[in-house]
Design a binder for this molecule. Structure first.
Ligand code: KE4
Length: 433
């Protein structure tokens, strides 16, 4: 196979590295964990991205899960253009915002209010403040390998880029900022009970990714989320579902609908913005009305509820509402991909492979066994993943550039795409002797 030409990407990366830290706007994009340099994308459509050297890839990252209907969907592009022509930002309330809020409150179970922000990080940061302010308590419990954005208090044993780059504890995050953050292994209710026992009356919130997707894809054990709900109720803490990834991806109502477990606060991002910057915190009126201006807990943002972003997000959510069958389709596609990868790995018999799929999420580890927490995920080979990543990229398949991420399957991915990916994987598995 002839190596792909990356001349323009390499030139751009060299210039970018002299202008932006690591040449990127977000660390995980630097490909540092997969022993390569990033390509620079020129355009994208549906399941495919095209780099500045004309190389095309089937995109299994889909802007880190923001695109359920694929790149440059015509309805979203049109909505964005129409909104932008009426003004790109007002800094005032708009009717679009009200329509978007009505839609989110209508789709997400157990919520009456929503506050829009511009990223998942802002959602996580604001939710931590709300939980502490509303309960008068200080402790936050999160799970090793889960990632809730890069707010100081939540950057403790985080997943995604923090785990990818092996950053133990981020310099600049003071001991004071994390003194009240407690961590436990995911999928271990006994550890939660024993860890919170000494200060059960001080825990403001238990924050969890209902399906963990920042340590690779790790699905909750049966009863795990119900157990967290029960513990939160027992100790008087709020249960926060970080659904920045799972929201609108597992079901129209997200993980609460999928698992029938109620959260007190739901964080949203990615799909909610249809590829534009939108995050959100949703919950009861009693809780959310404690945000300024109705309550004392300050939270703000210049571009929160931005009309162009609202137009993209609203169109995306309306497309979901008009097409309830999408979740069966994307889950079947994800499962088909996982079955194909497992069969290809079994046939090659060179590396062990564990893989899973739920909703529009898929994931795999080079492991004989099921992976149920971060310690197990971190024990898998970074080098094997890097070799697999590079081999797949050369065969036109763009996987997440880290084993601590998930594959994002959307409506633009077809069975033909799955066939191509599985055939490429079979080729690469054979090289991993
Ligand atoms: P953002 O601030 O990146 O919009 O969202 C933070 C966040 C919060 N919660 C969850 C569950 C998330 O997955 C994320 C961000 N996801 C990563 C990828 N796993 C973003 C990619 C990046 O950092 O560039």
């Amino acid at each position: 196979m002839s190596a792909r030409d990356h001349t323009r990407s390499d030139k751009l990366f060299a210039e970018a590295s002299g202008l932006m830290p690591g040449g990127v706007s977000s660390p995980v994009r630097a490909f540092s964990a997969v022993g390569s340099h990033p390509f620079f994308v020129e355009r994208a459509s549906g399941a495919t991205i095209t780099d500045v050297d004309g190389n095309q890839y089937i995109d299994l990252v889909q802007s880190w899960g923001a695109l359920l209907f694929g790149h440059a969907h015509p309805e979203i592009v049109r909505a964005v253009a129409d909104a932008a022509a009426r003004g790109t930002s007002f800094g005032t309330p708009s009717e679009l915002e009200v329509e978007m809020a009505r839609t989110v409150v209508g789709m997400i179970p157990n919520v009456e209010r929503v506050r829009f922000v511009s990223s998942g990080t802002e959602a996580g940061m604001s939710a931590a403040r709300l939980a502490r302010g509303a309960t008068g308590r200080t402790k936050l419990l999160k799970f090793t390998g889960c990632y809730h954005g890069h707010a100081d208090a939540l950057l403790v044993q985080a997943g995604s880029g923090v785990a990818t780059l092996g950053i133990p504890g981020t310099p600049g995050v003071t001991d004071g900022a994390t003194a009240d953050t407690i961590t436990c292994e995911y999928n271990d209710l006994d550890e939660v009970r024993s860890v919170v026992e000494p200060f059960s009356d001080q825990v403001a919130a238990i924050l969890v990714e209902p399906v963990a997707a920042n340590m690779g894809l790790v699905v909750p054990n049966d009863g795990y989320l119900e157990g967290l709900r029960a513990i939160a109720d027992e100790i008087g803490a709020l249960l926060v579902f970080d659904e920045v990834i799972t929201g609108f991806r597992l079901a129209a109502g997200g993980a609460q609908e999928r698992f029938q477990v109620r959260a007190d606060i739901v964080l949203l991002g990615k799909i909610i913005g249809g590829g534009l910057p939108v995050g959100a915190i949703a919950g009861s009126a009693e809780l959310l009305d404690q945000f300024a201006p109705t309550g004392p807990i300050y939270q703000a943002g210049t571009l929160s509820g931005n009309p162009v972003a609202m137009a993209a997000g609203l169109t995306n959510l309306q497309m979901i509402q008009a097409d309830p069958g999408i979740y069966d389709r994307v889950q079947e596609r994800a499962r088909s991909l996982v079955r194909g990868l497992i069969d290809a790995a079994d046939h090659a018999a060179t590396v062990p492979l564990y893989a899973a799929a739920i909703g529009g999420l898929a994931g795999f580890f080079f492991s004989e066994d099921e992976i149920i927490n971060y310690s197990q995920a971190a024990a898998t080979s970074e080098e094997t993943y890097a070799k697999f990543f590079r081999g797949m990229l050369e065969r036109g398949v763009y996987l997440p550039p880290s084993r601590f991420e998930a594959l994002f399957i959307g409506d633009a991915h077809t069975e033909d795409h799955v066939d191509h990916i599985v055939h490429a994987a079979a080729d690469v598995f054979a090289t991993l002797r």
